[in-house]
Design a binder for this molecule. Structure first.
Ligand SMILES: C[S@@+](CC[C@H](N)C(=O)[O-])C[C@H]1O[C@@H](n2cnc3c(N)ncnc32)[C@H](O)[C@@H]1O
Length: 223
């Protein structure tokens, strides 16, 4: 069974064609997608041999070797885009995810399912500056709160303000959404308070503190 984070990624897969899991590690996600009939074929890709071997073992254990291909690849560079409807990039930093997408132009007809572990604000900025639309964001919780983004290339940039970079398309309705928002607010207020304590950069400190307050108010439905 997948954890809530990978399950949230799986629920966004269209299943219209092949699903490619970049940085698959154990290969649990592509196995789940095929076993549960979400897609017929999947590709489990990783840049490192040890995780890819672990995926190979799990795929064989599940009897899915004819439906889940394994490929040693840096991002999308070693893969074919033919028939691919979904690209999932989960469990990596926002900067690495943006870098992988920037080098995978032949996949821009597919939808992207992105789960950044860090710097989601960097990833949103990169996406909106480079012709991608964030259709929605979904919050989930395991040990921590996570966001999962559903993203399409439209070729049109999106304008944004600073608040949008930190909130993205997250709604403020479910416990997971509110929990994720409040966690972002907490991180920003800690950053601002640290700056205030070191008496360094007081302009920056008040910027982070007011951003944090904005997100708290949004989480509580007070905007
Ligand atoms: C923390 S694991 C995440 C595994 C899985 N996607 C998940 O979310 O549970 C990150 C994986 O990404 C792989 N990785 C890192 N950089 C990569 C790149 N440029 N291309 C493909 N895989 C990469 C690592 O080898 C590692 O197996």
């Amino acid at each position: 069974m997948l954890d809530n984070r990978l399950l949230a990624c799986a629920t966004l897969v269209s299943g219209k064609g092949i699903a490619v899991d970049v940085g698959t590690d154990h290969g649990y996600l592509p196995c789940y997608l095929v076993q549960n009939g979400i897609c017929e074929k999947a590709v489990a890709a990783d840049v490192n041999t040890a995780p890819l071997m672990s995926a190979v073992k799990n795929i064989e254990k599940c009897g899915l070797a004819d439906k889940v291909d394994t490929v040693l690849s840096d991002g999308l560079t070693g893969l074919s885009a033919q028939g691919v409807s979904d690209v999932i990039i989960a469990g990596m930093g926002g900067e690495l995810i943006a870098d992988i997408i920037s080098r995978g132009k032949s996949f821009y007809d597919a939808q992207f399912i992105l789960q950044p572990m860090t710097k989601p604000e960097y990833l949103r900025k990169w996406l909106w500056d480079n012709g991608f639309e964030i259709a929605l964001e979904k919050a989930c919780k395991d040990e921590f709160y996570y966001t999962v983004m559903l993203v399409h290339f439209t070729g049109k940039n999106t304008s944004y303000n600073e608040e949008m970079l930190y909130v993205g398309k997250m709604k403020n309705e479910t416990d997971e959404e509110k929990g994720w928002l409040l966690k972002q607010a907490e991180k920003l207020s800690k950053k601002g308070e640290g700056m205030l304590r070191s008496q360094d950069n007081s302009d920056c400190a008040s910027y982070y503190l007011s951003l944090s307050q904005y997100i708290k108010n949004y989480a509580k439905g007070e905007l």
